[in-house]
Design a protein around this ligand. Structure first.
Ligand SMILES: *[C@@H]1O[C@H](CO)[C@@H](O)[C@H](O)[C@H]1NC(C)=O
Ligand SMILES: *[C@@H]1O[C@H](CO)[C@@H](O)[C@H](O)[C@H]1NC(C)=O
Length: 228
């Protein structure tokens, strides 16, 4: 009788030992799972282990490099000299330099042109044109015979071309940076063109003419330059 009880107690002890071992095992298993989750290959490792990862990565790298170069190309203020600006009858300002206060910029473009020594443009506005030029588009490329014109240009990287017989090509051309504001004057019988060379932004411009202009064939020559 006593032997049986002893035997039963031993059995219970063995059982509880087994359960403890199982618990320990399961704990170890759990912690192993956690560890293996932590060191599970990241998505990059997984990617590198794929067949042909290098050419694929190279293509992605080249694409990113191209994007970065393009962005830098556009946002960089292009090199210019005030000599070239004078040949294009233009004066430029960085937007932060013409800001009156923290609201932004405000000025009279006619007065600014005259104060900056840009002459030959309109000094009174009989006609006014305000416009947008989207990326890759152009306006102008014409010559008015019935007005002088003063331009205010801002908003995007812009190629501005003005007819100038003193230049070898017959014109002077400058690039206006996307954070610059330019005032330019195009005297009567002088061709002018604005080309948006920005990848994303629109050019905005104001054209002041000292005559009520008619865009007709006798008053304006159209498509002056074929290379624009
Ligand atoms: C243009 O400007 C000149 C002076 O620079 C002026 O003599 C002329 O009347 C202006 N207007 C036109 C339409 O030519
Ligand atoms: C063309 O424009 C000129 C100058 O503005 C004007 O004198 C002439 O009458 C216009 N011709 C036509 C056909 O509208």
């Amino acid at each position: 009788m006593r032997e049986m009880r002893v035997e039963r107690e031993r059995e219970r002890e063995r059982n509880s030992n087994t359960m403890a071992t199982q618990r320990r095992m399961s704990y170890i298993n759990n912690s192993q799972t956690t560890t293996s989750q932590q060191i599970r290959p990241s998505i990059i490792t997984w990617f590198i282990q794929r067949p042909y990862p290098i050419p694929f990565l190279l293509v992605i790298f080249l694409f990113l490099a191209w994007i970065s170069l393009r962005t830098q190309h556009v946002s960089r203020t292009p090199p210019h000299s005030s000599h070239r600006d004078a040949l294009a009858n233009l004066v430029r300002f960085h937007s932060s330099h013409v800001a009156k206060d923290n609201r932004g910029w405000l000025f009279d473009p006619i007065a600014l042109a005259l104060d900056s020594g840009v002459s030959g443009g309109a000094v009174t506005c009989s006609s006014l044109h305000v416009g947008e030029i989207r990326p890759g588009k152009r306006r102008g490329n014409h010559r008015h015979h019935d007005c002088n014109e003063t331009f205010l240009i801002w908003g995007a990287a812009t190629r501005f071309r003005l007819e100038n017989s003193r230049e070898n090509d017959g014109y002077a051309e400058v690039t206006i940076g996307r954070d610059e504001i330019a005032v330019a004057a195009s005297p009567v019988n002088t061709a002018h063109a604005l080309v948006n060379i920005d990848s994303t932004r629109s050019i905005f411009f104001l054209g002041c003419q000292d005559n009520v202009i008619n865009y007709n064939a006798s008053s304006t020559d159209f498509n002056v330059w074929k290379d624009l």
